[in-house]
Structure formats: C-alpha cells, structure tokens
Write a protein that binds this ligand. Structure first.
Ligand SMILES: Cc1cc2nc3c(=O)[nH]c(=O)nc-3n(C[C@H](O)[C@H](O)[C@H](O)COP(=O)(O)OP(=O)(O)OC[C@H]3O[C@@H](n4cnc5c(N)ncnc54)[C@H](O)[C@@H]3O)c2cc1C
Length: 440
C-alpha cells in the first residue's frame, strides 16, 4: 500500500523531475474507475495498458511515479451485472463482491471508503465523507490531486442493486431476498421489461424452476425504451417465455395492495397488483425493475454536467473546456454523456482511454512530448441479455444473435463474473510499485 504522503498539498515540478508522484484521484471503484486505475498503473510501470488490444509496449518504457487513490462508498468490487443471479442464488451471491483489500491487482492502489461530496476543479481538491474508518463515525476529509477521474456511475435503487456498502451487509440483504423469492407461495412478479427486469425474471426461473415467475411490462415490446430493432425485442420475448417466465405485455400496474397473512404458523406478505385492464394479479413477492437510474454527479459544479446530470465529456474524455483545469479532469462510464447503451464494457473501455490520456499528459510534463490522445468514436446501440440458458445479443455488424453459444461467449455461466475479473486481471499482482523517484 502506498503511503499517505501523496495526498498532501503541493507538488514540486522542476523540469523533468518531480519530488512527488503524480496524485491521481479516481472516484468510483467499479468497471470504469478500476479500468482507469489499473491501465494507468500499467503505463506508469512501463507496461502496455492491460486493455490495449495490440499490447504494443509504450514508446518510452521508463517509470513514472504515480500515487493512485480510489474513493468508493463500497468496501469492495461488486460485479454489478450479475445482480440478477446474485439475488436468486445463495451459492453464487458471495462470489460477486470481493473486498478491495483482498484483490491482488489492487495492492498498489490506496482505497478510501466514503462518499464524494464535492469537487473543486479550480483548486483540484475533493471533499469526501469517509465512512470506513472502523470507528463507526464519519469524518470529512479533503483530497488534493493532479488528475481526477470521475467514475461514480448511476444511482440505482433496490432491488436492482444492493444499497449495502459492506460485503457483510450485502450478503445479509441478498440472502433475505433469495429467501423471499424462494418462499413466495403465490409466485413472483417482476414489474418492468427492460434488460434488468428480463434478466431478473429469467435468473429466478433458472435457479428455482418450480417457482411461478411473471413479468409485467407496460408496452407491447420488451426493452421498449432502447433504440433496438423489433427482431431483437421479439426474440427476447420468445426466449423469456421459453425459459418458463409468464408475461403480461401492454399492461401498466396501477397500484399494489399488500397484506400480511399467516400460513402454517409463518407470517408472509401477499400483494395484489391492479393492472390497467382492470385485471388483478396476486403474488407473494413483487420486484420493481422500472425506476430510472440517475447520475451521481451532484458533487460536481453545474458547468460540468448537462440538464440530466451526465458529464459533458470531450472525445478524449476530459471535462468540457469551459471548466477550470478541464485538461486534468476526466470522466468515464455510465456517468458520461456519450452515445450508446450504457454497458460495463463501454465503462472499461473509457477507463483505458482516460488512463492513456492521463499518461500522455504526464509524459508531456516530464519529457516535453506532445500528447497524443485516444478519442472515443460514436457508439451505436448494442446489447446482450442473458435469458436463462441462452442469451440474445444485438450488435450493429451482426444483427440479432441468439443461443446458448451467445450466453457462453458473453456471460459464461456466471453472468460475466469470470470474464470481467480476468479482463481486468484482478487476480494478478505485479511486484513493482511506482511510487518514488521518476526514472524518465
Ligand atoms: C442489473 C444490471 C445488469 C446489467 N447487465 C449488464 C450486462 O449484461 N452487460 C453490460 O455491459 N452492462 C450491464 N449493465 C450495465 C453496467 O452494469 C454499467 O454500464 C456499469 O456498471 C457502469 O460502470 P461504471 O463503472 O460506470 O459505474 P458503476 O458500476 O455504477 O460503479 C460506480 C461506483 O461508484 C461508487 N459510487 C457512486 N457514487 C459515489 C460517491 N458519491 N462517492 C463514492 N463512490 C460512489 C459506487 O459504489 C460504485 O462502486 C447492467 C446493469 C444492471 C443494474
């Protein structure tokens, strides 16, 4: 673990030498944030960036001293996209949350558990409410930085994602949810037929084949708010029904009445859902997968974001030019205003580009080289949804594809847990550390 020295005020730069490492503050330790931190660690150690496809060595293989701090509300890496399986399988749930301190690849990165409250680009200082001190109290701290990467994603509600910030707390709620679904005597209803609702319904049915699972969607087509072709949406519906999920399409849930009933000595809740057609549906467990997820950018000045709160990045992922010190500020992942459906692959890709561009700026400062920035292209709509034992994908070059081979390719049998872990090389610890004197 690096020392805390790098967070102090003042960085002395004298020509090509620095007396302190570059301080890089990454807000959010998920796909985008970890992608940025790990690729930057590679480059500063003279290795090719781990996400770089050509694996060409950087031109200058010298080391650049860097001190990376990641701030996250959670105490670990949570493989978010496997939530639908994690909330259906007690055997799987523990596998998707790994404490940062137990991840070999992150040994040379400092973690602060806390919530970012404000960022002042002009003074390059962030204020963080620190929660993970072990004392049970919150403290406020200021972190100074040379470069910032904002990667705090979207605020999503329960039960789409756990609200717990510790692994222990997450396991308590995940296991309670799994019990509720398993014991739902009158079945489970999932409200909302977007990608998340489809996967939640399908994973419950996959893990608990005897359970009655019904998905209700207000439109005639699934994924109705996504700019995807009808053949993709129709294939999702066919596969969902084949997986054993009952579907009610084109009906809105107007209200839900919940009562508690006693059955065989146990107290259970039972809900009655009133639908727009006048029909009523009974269920023991109702899962809402319809809430809009909102950007977590409240800690940034208004000039950085659009009217919805998405960060207005340039193609090289930096903050908009009108923001002070914009060249030292980057944003990646779901939080950014960029084309394409929000995906973890996109977040990781953006993390790599931000790392390469920060590295270019470091080289400029230390060697006087002209920076060559990686720039994002426009991203067409693309998606892949796991539906039981199959997956349905839509990619612009290949159109709609479906099958168990597609599931294997994109998710394997753990909703991409192994794939993402290995892509980020989280299990691999590099021996070298980059804090210290520059060797350039
Ligand atoms: C159920 C579900 C299934 C999905 N399935 C897929 C899929 O199959 N394929 C796919 O490509 N994408 C999928 N997605 C989308 C994918 O999860 C996102 O695109 C991806 O998580 C974005 O990564 P990110 O790093 O930008 O943000 P996130 O993964 O949201 O991470 C943000 C991090 O920032 C932290 N944070 C937030 N606010 C603060 C704050 N103020 N201070 C400190 N820390 C903070 C959070 O704790 C979190 O660790 C799915 C999403 C959901 C919800």
């Amino acid at each position: 673990m690096p020392s805390n020295e790098g967070l102090g005020l003042g960085v002395a730069v004298a020509g090509r030498t620095r007396t302190h490492p570059f301080r890089v503050l990454v807000l959010g330790g998920s796909y985008g944030g970890l992608g940025a931190a790990l690729n930057l660690l590679d480059l500063c150690n003279g290795r090719p960036a781990r996400f770089s496809s050509d694996q060409v060595q950087p031109l200058n293989r010298g080391k650049i001293p860097v001190d990376i701090t990641v701030v996250d509300e959670r105490d670990g890496y949570y493989h978010l996209i496997a939530s639908p399986l994690a909330f259906a399988s007690a055997a799987f749930a523990p596998k998707v949350w790994t404490k940062f301190e137990e991840i070999p690849a992150l040994k040379n990165i400092r973690f602060v558990r806390g919530s970012v409250r404000s960022v002042d680009p002009k003074s390059r200082r962030a204020t963080v409410t620190v929660t993970g001190t072990g004392t049970g109290t919150e403290t406020e701290t200021e972190l100074n930085y040379d470069f910032l990467v904002a990667a705090t994603g979207l605020r999503r509600v329960w039960p789409v994602v756990p609200q717990a910030t510790t692994r222990e707390g997450y396991l308590v709620v995940a296991n309670a949810q799994i019990r509720s679904v398993r014991d739902a005597q009158e079945g489970v209803v999932v409200v909302g037929g977007g990608a998340v609702g489809i996967e939640m319904a399908a994973e419950i049915k996959l893990v608990m084949p005897a359970q009655k699972v019904t998905l209700i969607h207000s439109r005639d087509k699934l994924c109705s708010s996504e700019p995807l072709p009808d053949d993709f949406k129709d294939t999702c519906l066919t596969k969902l029904r084949e997986a054993g999920v009952e579907t009610i399409m084109g009906e809105r849930v107007l209200g839900t009445e919940t009562e508690t009933v006693e059955e065989n000595g146990a107290v259970r809740s039972r809900s009655t859902l009133n639908l727009s057609s006048g029909r009523t549906i009974r269920a023991s467990e109702v899962i809402y997968a319809i809430s809009r997820s909102l950007p977590t950018s409240q800690y940034l000045p208004a000039t950085v974001v659009d009217e919805e709160g998405y960060i207005k990045i340039t193609p090289s992922l930096s903050f908009p030019e009108e923001v002070s010190n914009s060249q030292y500020h980057f944003a990646v992942g779901d939080l950014t205003k960029w084309s394409g459906i929000k995906r973890c692959g996109g977040a990781m890709h953006q993390g790599q580009y931000a790392a390469q561009n920060i590295h270019q700026l470091m080289l400029q400062e230390m060697q006087g080289t002209a920076p060559k920035f990686m720039e994002l292209s426009e991203v067409p709509p693309m998606i892949c949804i796991a539906i039981g034992n199959q997956a349905v994908a839509h990619y612009p070059t290949q159109g709609t594809k479906v099958g168990s081979d597609i599931l294997q390719l994109f998710f394997e049998n753990d909703l991409g847990n192994r794939i993402c872990w290995d892509h980020m090389q989280l299990g691999k610890e590099f021996p070298e550390t980059v804090a210290g004197e520059a060797t350039l």
